[in-house]
Ligand binder design. Structure first.
Ligand SMILES: NC(=O)c1ccc[n+]([C@@H]2O[C@H](COP(=O)([O-])OP(=O)(O)OC[C@H]3O[C@@H](n4cnc5c(N)ncnc54)[C@H](O)[C@@H]3O)[C@@H](O)[C@H]2O)c1
Length: 417
């Protein structure tokens, strides 16, 4: 029987509610035992949310158990009701120092819902104490931080997941990855991913977000780190986890209306990135919090020698040779046929369950430290390349990151190109 993973939540701001709901949805696999935030009020509010959420679920499960006629479902509902009811007796411990929580609380894992500048330190503290880590996206601000996090977790033999797995845990993504990695669309040599919002800059066009979003020292960067991270993560998964070799990027901020607030705003609103992978594939990412582009198809495009993906649509090349009277090949008549995607007949866990499963087995979470490090190399490399005005290698990226002084900043950009 799988162990029920005891979770300590670190960071109780905007997104932490989704972690609470995510773990409460799996009462047989997880139990939230503690929450932590440097702002006491935030931690207390989320602790109350855990207790209230558990109580509501317990009542609903008990009522449903009475109604259901299926004995197995009834038993499951009763067991889950009992687990959610336990929260009232056990309570949820509240901390304002994550080191203290990790030291004094009996935890199996921590779940980080802190801003990017507070991802590395709690990951290292948790790994050194033998706890698994689920980390919000982006995994880190710099490739070096990502590498430190991955190495600490690998060394400690604990699992590291970061929140982007939802982009991969579905039948379509699984099937595309299978077509790409098994050679069914031939040699995959190039891909492109485009994704723009019309206006979607946190704290400029969209409100209620932490102030750190626009400050690269805290966030690492803007649109690539905030939303591009999901796209880059999914593409790395679909392509079979290739290793980035070189990165070339441009970054832009200056969409109208310009930001006029008092807070630091030094992050990109739009970026275009070209990546060469060590296996010969290459990929372009165009990503924007903000753009004035209309009518341009968005999504992922994967080019193979026998076929392609245009978004989730599969096209296979089914051309024929035209031959002369003597049977000599004269001309190849290309013909691209849209072909239904063969989807796997299996269930996909959500990202929290994927992490909990990994904590209880030899499996890695789908968005794990290895993928997170590659994604961070692309994000950090893109902004460094934009700053230098030239392509860089991943080795150079680590060398240049190592030259910087503490505290490790992101890559601030000037307004405009
Ligand atoms: N807001 C969103 O829509 C959203 C969506 C998906 C993912 N995310 C990601 O989730 C993470 C958190 O984002 P958010 O929007 O919830 O930020 P937020 O600013 O709303 O919340 C962060 C919380 O972390 C706390 N915190 C800061 N330093 C801490 C420390 N040392 N120890 C304990 N707590 C500390 C803050 O007090 C705050 O309560 C980020 O990595 C972000 O990219 C956010």
């Amino acid at each position: 029987m799988a162990k029920r993973i005891k979770i300590g939540l670190i960071g109780c701001g905007m997104i932490s509610g989704s972690h609470i709901n995510g773990y409460l949805a799996h009462p047989q696999h997880a139990e939230i035992v503690a929450v932590c935030d440097t702002v006491d009020e935030n931690a207390k509010r989320r602790a109350e949310q855990v207790l209230a959420g558990a109580e509501t679920r317990a009542n609903e499960a008990a009522a449903n158990a009475k109604k259901t006629e299926n004995p197995e479902s009834r038993e499951n509902l009763k067991e889950n009701a009992a687990r959610w009811t336990e929260y009232k007796d056990n309570g949820v411990k509240v901390f304002n120092d994550f080191n203290e929580m990790i030291k004094t609380c009996e935890l199996d894992a921590v779940s980080l819902a802190t801003p990017p500048f507070v991802h590395e330190a709690p990951t290292l503290a948790a790994a050194n104490a033998g706890k698994h880590v689920f980390c919000e996206k982006p995994m880190a601000r710099t490739a070096t931080e990502a590498r430190n996090m991955r190495e600490a977790c690998d060394k400690a033999g604990v699992k590291l997941a970061y929140q982007s797995g939802g982009t991969c845990l579905n039948p379509t993504s699984y099937a595309i990855r299978d077509y790409v990695t098994s050679g069914k669309i031939g040699d995959v040599h190039y891909g492109r991913l485009t994704s723009y919002r019309l206006r979607g800059r946190p704290n400029v066009d969209m409100f209620g977000f932490g102030r750190w979003f626009l400050n690269s020292a805290y966030s690492g960067g803007g649109t690539i780190y905030d939303t591009g991270v999901y796209d880059i993560n999914r593409s790395i998964y679909l392509l079979g986890s290739p290793q980035p070799a070189t990165i070339s990027g441009i970054a832009y901020r200056g969409m109208l209306p310009e930001y006029t607030g008092d807070e630091i705003n030094d992050v990109e609103e739009f970026a275009s990135v070209f990546v060469r992978f060590t296996n010969g594939m290459s990929f372009t990412y165009e990503h924007g919090w903000s753009s004035n582009m209309a009518g341009q198809p968005q999504g992922i495009f994967i080019f193979g020698s026998k076929g392609s993906f245009s978004g989730n649509r599969l096209f296979l090349e089914k051309g024929k040779w035209e031959t002369d009277d003597k049977g000599n090949r004269r001309r190849y008549q290309g013909n691209l046929e849209e072909t239904p995607l063969e989807l796997p007949d299996r269930h996909f866990p959500d990202k929290f369950r994927d992490f909990l499963n990994a904590c209880n087995s030899d499996a890695q979470p789908v968005s794990n430290g290895d993928v997170g490090q590659k994604v961070t190399e692309i994000m950090s490399g893109a902004l460094l390349s934009a700053k230098l005005g030239r392509e860089i290698t991943v080795e150079e990226l680590y060398e240049i990151e190592a030259l910087r002084t503490e505290p490790t900043p992101g890559w601030p950009i000037l307004s405009g190109i």
